[in-house]
Ligand binder design. Structure first.
Ligand code: NDP
Length: 252
């Protein structure tokens, strides 16, 4: 039988306490990785998840650490602590994100700032301190969670669309900078996935959105995690600089 695709790999995942991030943490462990994951407000949930996963995978590391990815100092502390908890570091998943949906005409500066800070500034604050270890070992993968909103633009999400389009631009440029060093950089762009983020959508709007998806269903966090873990594995070593949608074919 093949070795598990992420056996022995050290992964760092931001926003791993729930939703898509938690599914990535769960699947990466199931595929053999050691994982350090960040939480922000959900310490109890993060600790409970880590306890559960350590019981399932007693020979692997599963470590929750506080992270505020919008703050450069906090992100650097998180990155340094994460490296200290892993024997080796191979994969960074920049997953933490939030929405503050409103029409642009009504958007206050704090909403703009929160969305750009968590979704886009985090590409700098978290990736910067974790880049050189990957470059020096001449191997690894960076996976940035973008959104269909960043590819197509969604009304009510100007800040979020701008941030996630920025994530995709960042991904493509960084892939070109470090491709020769054996480090791949890709973006995964989910459409509508069943998490706390989409639970806030009013039922009539959710119905309308569902009608725009060829599969007529929202996706599950695991649907996204499968692609992320594939991109994190050696099987995807010739894929870089891509933004791949996991959206049921969403047409917006
Ligand atoms: P959730 O709202 O379910 O979870 C968000 C995660 O991000 C939590 O783990 C949260 O930690 C963490 N987080 C939020 N703010 C910060 C911060 N300032 N610093 C560190 N961590 C933070 O979101 P999803 O799982 O739905 O989304 C995950 C990613 O996927 C995001 O980047 C999102 O933009 C993207 N996405 C989601 C879609 C969807 O339909 N759900 C569609 C397209 C993209 P805590 O709970 O500890 O506060």
């Amino acid at each position: 039988m093949d070795e598990l695709p992420l056996a022995g790999r050290g992964c760092v995942v931001t926003g791993g306490s729930r939703g898509i991030g938690a599914a990535i943490v769960r699947l990466a462990l199931a595929q053999g990785a050691d994982v350090v994951f960040g939480y922000h407000s959900g310490e109890d949930r993060a600790r409970a998840l880590a306890d559960e996963l350590r019981a399932d995978h007693p020979d692997q590391r599963c470590v929750p650490l506080y992270a505020h990815v919008a703050d450069a100092g906090e992100a650097e502390r998180f990155a340094t602590a994460a490296l200290g908890r892993l024997d080796r570091f191979d994969v960074l998943v920049n997953n933490a994100g939030l929405t503050r949906d409103t029409l642009f005409a009504r958007m206050g500066p704090q909403q703009w700032h929160d969305v750009i800070g968590t979704n886009l500034d985090s590409m700098y604050t978290v990736t910067r301190p974790l880049l050189m270890p990957l470059v020096k070992q001449r191997g690894g993968a960076i996976i940035n969670i973008a959104s269909s909103s960043g590819l197509h633009g969604i009304p009510g999400q100007t800040a979020y669309s701008a941030a996630k389009a920025g994530v995709i631009g960042f991904t493509k440029a960084l892939a070109k900078e470090i491709g020769a060093r054996g480090v791949t950089v890709n973006a995964v762009a989910p459409g509508l996935i069943e998490t706390d983020m989409t639970a806030a959508i009013p039922p009539d709007r959710a119905e309308l959105l569902r009608s725009l998806i060829p599969t007529h269903t929202f996706g599950s966090p695991l649907d996204v995690a499968h692609l992320v873990c594939f991109l994190a594995s050696d099987r995807a070593r010739y894929i870089t600089g891509q933004a791949i949608e996991v959206s049921g074919g969403l047409v917006v």
